[in-house]
Design a protein around this ligand. Sequence first.
Ligand code: SF4
Ligand code: SF4
Ligand code: FES
Length: 392
Amino acid sequence: MAEVHDRPPEQFTLRLRRYDPESGEAPYWDEHTIQLEPHRSVLEAILQAKDRFDGSIGVRCSCRQAICGSCGIRVNGEPALACHTHLDAAKSGAKDGVIEIEPMGNMPVLKDLIVDMDAVHWKKIRRVTPWLLAKQPVPEREYLVSKDSMVDVTQSMACIQCGACVSDCLAMEVDPGFIGPAALAKSYRFVGDPRDDQQFERLNDLAQDPQGIFDCTHCFKCVEACPKDVNPMGQIMRLRRIATGDHHIVDQNNGERHEAAVTGLVRNYGLLHEAELIPRSYGGNSWFAKFTPAAGKELLASFPVIIKGLLRGKVNPKIAVFGHKIPSSDLKSVQAIFDKIESRPERYELNLYITGEDEAPAPAAEPIAAGVTYESGGQDAPPTSPEGSVNQ
Ligand code: SF4
Ligand code: SF4
Ligand code: FES
């Protein structure tokens, strides 16, 4: 790393998106060339431009260490923390060698690179009751929580509220009322916490809300955008699995029925049978669903789209009516996957945030006195909690 930090200063040109809504003027681009070592951050470059050329550049920052989450921007069209993006990397990702810097998306601009987090991001965070609603009675001392259950929520706890995922969420772009990736990841932090008393109520609320957990379109943009690997989409999928699989919440948005229809059709056909999807999502997970009034209404409403698809050759009438056919050996393999997963006594949730194994416990030392052992941590090592538990 020493060589990286020894590289001499270079010139970098920044193209900044400027906008002051109070001025009544349209947004415009502004260019400044600064001089810094390539390993320095885009934030340092913006601050140098502000310091040397134009003190009116609006930018928000605090810690400069990727901790506080206040310097979220877009660099070359991608969401990023300005303090966590090296200048050389930003330049190599620029189309014409000029680093393009814009405010985050999906939030109104207050000035230049500063967006109104309160109007969007924090409003949505407040929407999910972001605090523990403790089980009663509260124990006289601490709650004892299993280590596994805390590992399960650690990923969502790593969020620094930077708003990068909100900036890039495609569902929010279409439906600004969508609760969104950051707030739903925060919600999982409490839904997954065994000390919380309102798991069902929280999930029922998020499932019944038309802009809740079933409004996410699985686009993965929030996963790519997050600088802390919170995997907001993964947290939303967990919320869905607990809502449908554990609490069997049937929501007014047909999210639960739609999921059941997708999995049922893939199990039966090996591939999705698109023509069956709408009727089963609205009328129940069976071939007869199409004859129910709810499914008939949706089919009628979808008729213009289906006709358009047929005319443009996007829908194959034979496959639409009879579904895809795959070799029976392949179908058996697909069904074997379902059988294996569904026969598990417990659902297995992957947590890719924490990797590796705990260190092997040190061999127990000779007891010094009855009930007292000194472990490898030395005489000052703290007393351990009951096996498999952490104090919270
Ligand atoms: S995966 Fe869902 S929450 Fe994440 S960006 Fe896409 S639509 Fe938004
Ligand atoms: S989930 Fe990631 S991207 Fe979204 S606010 Fe939290 S840290 Fe930022
Ligand atoms: S200034 Fe704190 S995260 Fe960038």
